[in-house]
Structure formats: structure tokens, C-alpha cells
Design a protein around this ligand. Structure first.
Ligand code: ARG
Length: 459
């Protein structure tokens, strides 16, 4: 088949090279953006009298027809036509002849692909932002039900101090809120229009770049033609933001996997979100959470792949850059697959409040509060720390928890301890006295939930 660029060649490309070079298999997903970009370019060419107005109009009309034909599955793309850009241009030329041949005036595939990928990523980013918002809604709703659900907080995966399940959930709300702002921030740098950069050195035609940018809803145009065609920072930034999202999902999934183990038994995944074993009849496995944790590695891999692809490329465009698509597309697909299942999985799980409360006791999670009690009665903190250390040692030896100690036992360690100690170190007091901004106390978490809802309503 004759290539659109075949003029200077004596031989046609080897079949193997056609297959090797071709990106249509994966870049066809950018057809909407490619056509939208070409419509804006053709309109501008007509407006600037770079091509005859009737040709510009013919091009625009036929591109719209091609768009609906693709939407309706009426078009088969060709490997030989290499990529989505040339496939569409070829169909256009087949349908309207010479007018179609004028579309590529003042444009190169290098700035065209840079435009398409920017538009595609911005569209996908908006979808992912919506999914994150749904998840944040779910977290807030779940948190609102659990401001009194006491559970152990951990450091080093050792019981540390009691918190509430609501507080724990709201920690993830904060993470997703940052993810959202990272995506918005990254979208801002993607939102720059590269057409007009040409192959690398701009063009001699009097293009109206700002008009094209406006037509396509871009906020700005790129300021250096070499950079315009060779910048893929925005792809890497997105891959990095997606990796961080996956890291957050994965951390929560790791917790859910632990918590649904018999040893913790803090939550139980809904049957619809678990799977069984082909041999062990008793098993109920948290496969969904494990798969999200597993898919995180895949997204990280894409980030590393993209960084590595870009690291040795001299300015400006090089074909290596065609390798940007599969990784970022797969990273996007993976994140879009994971967020909604994650969201539904947490919305449907059973929270075993009693086990959480039981778990928060034992393990001396109120040891800090015993020390704080002594401090409030006048003992310097370091001394109190050491007194309580001895109490913990004694309790371990006698198989007791701190609140099991009798008044006589307490007095052995310090005579300033009185009956009010029991109330001061109950799990409820431990949680609800932590009223510092960002703390786990019921009032404070309720306030955080209110603020979170306000934030969500503003989106
Ligand atoms: N399919 C190519 C890509 O994805 C489009 C740009 C090709 N430009 C070129 N001069 N070979 O990067």
C-alpha cells in the first residue's frame, strides 16, 4: 500500500517493519482527540486563508462523518497506515480527495501526537478525579457511622494507642484529597497546546495558534517548538500521580487483608467481594484487595518504564516516544479498574466493632495515658514514663492489662494514683481526650467529617 510519506522511497517497507512500526493497535483509542484536533487545525487554516475556505469546510464536515463512523464501528483501521493520525488522514483523502490532502498543511505528526496525547490524558484524568471523589464520599459516609468505633492504632504493627475506625478512614480521605490535587496540578501542565511546533522548528505558515488553543479549550500554547514536540513530562507526572494513588489503595488493601484474617477479625469482606479456594472448603479470601495490591506494582513499573524511555532521547522527537502510550494507557486502565472495585468493596464490608474494641484493649494501648495521668498530678513526664514502664513490665509478668491493676497494685508504683485513674485510662477517655486538631476524639473527627463534606460539595 502506498504510504502518505512514500515519495522519496524506491521500495515499500518490509511487512515485518510495518508491523513493528505501527502503533494503531494502541493509539486508535485517541481517535476522538485526533479528529477534534484536526477540526480545529483545519478551521484555523481556512480562517487564515492558508487553505481555501471551502476546503476547510469540506474537511471539517468529513472529519465529523468519520468520527461518527468510527463511533459506530464502521471503520477498520489498517496496520499499514501506521498510526491513528495517518489512518484518519488517509480515510479523509479517500473520501474528499485534494481538499483532504490540504489538512496536514503547517502540521507534523510530531506536534499532532503531542496534541492528541495531551487531550486524551486530560479527559482520562477528569474521569479518575470523579472516581476518587466517589471513593471519598464513601469514606466519609462510612466514617460518619464509626466515630465511636474504637480500634487499636498501630506503629511498627504493634498496638500503640486507641483511635476510632472513623479516624482511620479519614486518614485515607486526606490521602485521596492530595491525590486529587496532584491530578489537578498535573492537568494544569498538560493543558498547553503544542500544535504549531511542526516537526521541531515551527512553520512558515501564519498559523493562529491561540485560536486553535481556544477552540480546543486549552489555557495556553507551548513556548518552544523543540520542547513542544519532545516534552513528555506530563505523561510521567500523571504516571507518578497514578502510582501514588495505587500506593494509597494498596496500603488500605494491605490493612483490609490483615484485618480480615482470623487473627485480627476486624472486618469481613462481603461475599460478593471475596473468593473461595478450590481445595479448602472453609476459605474466604480477600482476592480483590490482594489484586489491587498486586496491580500497584504494574503501575509503578510503567512509571519506571516511562522515565527510562525518556532519559536518553536527544531533542526533539524520536520514535522512542511512541513507547509512551502503552504504559500510560495501561496505568490509566489499571487505576480506573481498581478505584471503583475498591470503593464498593469498602462500602459493602462488615465492620466488626466488638473485635476492634477488644483489640484496642490488651497490648497496653493506654500506657501513654497512665503517664499523662501522672503528669497531670505533677510528675515530670520522663519520670512518669519510667514509672509506667515498670507497671507494664509488672503487668506482663502477671498477665494483666493496666486497667486490671487494683488500687493497691497502682499505689505500689506511685502514691499519687487515685481512684479516678480507671476513668482516665479507659479506652473512651484515651480517644476522646485527644482533642487536638487532627486528633481522634469524637468531636474532632465529626468536625473533620463536616469539613470533608463541605469540600466534596464544592467539587
Ligand atoms: N505514532 C507516532 C507516535 O506515537 C506519531 C508520531 C510519528 N512521527 C514520526 N515522525 N515518526 O509517536
Amino acid at each position: 500500500m502506498a504510504k502518505l510519506w512514500g515519495g522519496r522511497f524506491q521500495k515499500s517497507t518490509d511487512k515485518k517493519v510495518d508491523d513493528f512500526n505501527s502503533s494503531i493497535r494502541f493509539d486508535k483509542r485517541m481517535y476522538k482527540q485526533d479528529i477534534k484536533g484536526s477540526i480545529a487545525h483545519a478551521t484555523m487554516l481556512g480562517k487564515q486563508n492558508i487553505i481555501p475556505r471551502e476546503d476547510s469546510e469540506k474537511i471539517v464536515t468529513e472529519l465529523r462523518n468519520i468520527l461518527s463512523d468510527i463511533d459506530n464501528g464502521k471503520i477498520e483501521f489498517e496496520i499499514d497506515a501506521e498510526d491513528i493520525h495517518m489512518n484518519i488522514e488517509k480515510i479523509l483523502i479517500e473520501r474528499i480527495g485534494d481538499a483532504g490532502k490540504r489538512l496536514h498543511t503547517g502540521r507534523s505528526r510530531n506536534d499532532q501526537v503531542a496534541l492528541d496525547i495531551r487531550m486524551y490524558l486530560m479527559d482520562e484524568t477528569a474521569d479518575i478525579e470523579e472516581m476518587l471523589l466517589d471513593t471519598m464520599h464513601t469514606l466519609v459516609d462510612l466514617a460518619a457511622k464509626h466515630t465511636e468505633t474504637i480500634m487499636p492504632g498501630y506503629t511498627h504493627l504493634q498496638k500503640a494507642q486507641p483511635v476510632t475506625f472513623a479516624h482511620h478512614l479519614m486518614a485515607y480521605f486526606e490521602m485521596f484529597k492530595r491525590d486529587l490535587s496532584r491530578l489537578k496540578d498535573c492537568r494544569e501542565r498538560t493543558n498547553v497546546m503544542p500544535l504549531g511546533s511542526g516537526a521541531l522548528a515551527g512553520t512558515t505558515y501564519p498559523l493562529d495558534r491561540n485560536f486553535v488553543a481556544e477552540q480546543l479549550g486549552f489555557d495556553a500554547v507551548t513556548m518552544n517548538s523543540l520542547d513542544g514536540v519532545s516534552d513528555r513530562d506530563f505523561v510521567i507526572e500523571l504516571a507518578s500521580s497514578l502510582s501514588i494513588i495505587m500506593m494509597h489503595l494498596s496500603r488500605f488493601c494491605e490493612e483490609l487483608i490483615l484485618w480480615s484474617s482470623h487473627e485480627f477479625s476486624f472486618v469481613e469482606m462481603d461475599d460478593a467481594y471475596s473468593t473461595g479456594s478450590s481445595i479448602m472448603p472453609q476459605k474466604k479470601n480477600p482476592d480483590v484487595a490482594e489484586l489491587i495490591r498486586g496491580k500497584t506494582g504494574r503501575v509503578y513499573g510503567h512509571l519506571m518504564g516511562l522515565l527510562t524511555t525518556m532519559k536518553g532521547i536527544p531533542l526533539a522527537y524520536n520514535k522512542d516516544m511512541q513507547e509512551d502510550k502503552e504504559p500510560i494507557f495501561d496505568a490509566i486502565d489499571t487505576v480506573k479498574l481498581c478505584i471503583p472495585v475498591f470503593c464498593d468493596m469498602i462500602a459493602t464490608m462488615t465492620v466488626k466493632k466488638d473485635n476492634m474494641l477488644k483489640g484496642s484493649k490488651g497490648g497496653f494501648t493506654n500506657a501513654t495515658d497512665v503517664a499523662d495521668y501522672l503528669v497531670k498530678k505533677g510528675l515530670p513526664f520522663r519520670e512518669a514514663h519510667s514509672v509506667v514502664g515498670r507497671m507494664v513490665f509488672y503487668s506482663i509478668e502477671n498477665d494483666k492489662s493496666l486497667d486490671d491493676l487494683t488500687m493497691d497494685e497502682f499505689k505500689e508504683f506511685s502514691d499519687i494514683i487515685e481512684n479516678d485513674i480507671y476513668d482516665a485510662i479507659s479506652m473512651e477517655t484515651c480517644v476522646n481526650d485527644r482533642k487536638v486538631t487532627g486528633g481522634p476524639a469524637k468531636d474532632i473527627v465529626e468536625k473533620a467529617i463536616r469539613k470533608a463534606k463541605e469540600f466534596l460539595n464544592q467539587q
